[in-house]
Design a protein around this ligand. Structure first.
Ligand code: FDP
Length: 345
């Protein structure tokens, strides 16, 4: 039996009721998303039993090879979300352009951003993967969504969350009133409250970064990683390394246990630093969740939620986690600018 009888639907409804002007639209939207996630979770759990592994032979807009399960997840979310009347447009990692709502369906007041299957290079190894989502109010008044509705700042999000397909399936979400986690109870097919009001420890003992990219790190990142590896029991160092290579899984651990997750830009060409993670459907939602849990998220020089998107698939450097850990990283950035003059505060 589940230890809590509070379902995610009821929780979302109660959070929405805290706003007197709420219409129930956001509850409906998130409810549709949980249905899609249950279908994806079912497919992920079948793993090697279903004919879902392998690549489609195509690359997506950001150059990643599209796996068959990526495609299934994309189609599942699209089909769950296109007709509910809550959305005026969608933006997905798997689609180069904004995704319109079909003409035959009503248009709503929200825009949905999503990464249907994050961490997909891990699929075949049975490693935790996830779906990330972010919801914004539209800025246009009615009808089809516009590009202006989609090019947004993370600080404008009304909701964000992720589904984690791990040893259990979870949804972790925020509507700006704290962060809550629900675990799928397979016997009844409902997400039940399992992680009430998640708070990230103010300081952690783990760092999470792809050390294989060290040759491309900028000076502040290089020095910061040296720092966390030094022995100094008074400040809890050295930190331990944990890196899965699946953002949802690395983020989830960082959220619960504290510490810091870093995906800095690749500075191999210092004139053209190359970040990896995507702003609208990876960095912004995770930063919103991290801040709501009492943590912090930065590019090194700026609060991640203050970054304005200039195109749908913008990429940005990101460091997020326990507040004190992120502040130390920011200090390294201020002290050792990557390019002279760039980051000095
Ligand atoms: P993936 O390419 O497997 O989809 O943004 C995608 C992502 O995974 C994140 O989930 C993960 O944090 C990161 O890329 C892993 O990248 P590296 O393999 O370069 O470390």
């Amino acid at each position: 039996m589940p230890k809590s009888m509070l379902t995610v639907q009821r929780h979302i409804l109660e959070q929405e009721r805290a706003h007197p002007q709420a219409t129930g639209d956001l509850t409906g939207l998130l409810w549709d998303l949980t249905i899609a996630a249950k279908v994806i979770s079912y497919q992920v759990n079948r793993g090697g039993l279903a004919d879902i592994f392998g690549e489609t032979g195509q690359a997506n807009v950001t150059g990643d090879l599209v796996r068959r399960l990526d495609r299934i997840a994309q189609d599942t979310i699209y089909r769950a979300m296109d007709h509910g009347g809550h959305l005026c447009a969608m933006v997905s990692e798997e689609s180069p352009e904004m995704i319109p709502i079909p003409a035959k369906y009503p248009k709503g007041k929200y825009v949905l951003f999503y990464d249907p299957l994050d961490g997909s290079s891990n699929i075949e190894a049975n490693v935790s993967i996830g779906t990330i989502f972010s919801v914004h109010h539209r800025v246009s008044s009615s009808g089809d969504g516009t590009l202006e509705d989609c090019l947004r700042k993370g600080s404008e999000q009304v909701a964000a969350g992720y589904f984690l397909y791990g040893s259990s399936t979870m949804i972790v979400y925020t509507t700006g009133q704290g962060v809550y986690g629900f675990t799928l109870e397979p016997s009844v097919g409902e997400f039940m409250l399992s992680h009430d009001r998640i708070l990230t420890p103010p300081k952690g003992k783990y760092y999470s970064i792809n050390e294989g990219n060290a040759a491309g790190w900028d000076e502040p990142t290089r020095r910061y990683i040296e720092y966390v590896k030094q022995k100094d029991p008074a400040t809890g160092r050295p930190y331990s390394l944990r890196y899965i290579g699946s953002l949802v899984a690395d983020f989830h651990r960082t959220l619960l246990y504290g510490g810091v997750f870093l995906y800095p830009a690749d500075y191999s060409n210092p004139e053209k630093p190359k970040p990896k993670l995507r702003l609208l459907y990876e960095v912004a939602p995770m930063s919103f969740i991290m801040e709501q849990a009492g943590g912090a998220a930065t590019t090194g020089s700026r609060r991640a939620l203050d970054i304005q998107a200039t195109s749908l698939h913008d990429r940005v450097p990101i460091v997020m986690g326990s507040k004190q850990d992120v502040e130390i990283y920011e200090k390294f950035c201020a002290d050792f600018p990557s390019r002279p003059g760039e980051r000095k505060k």
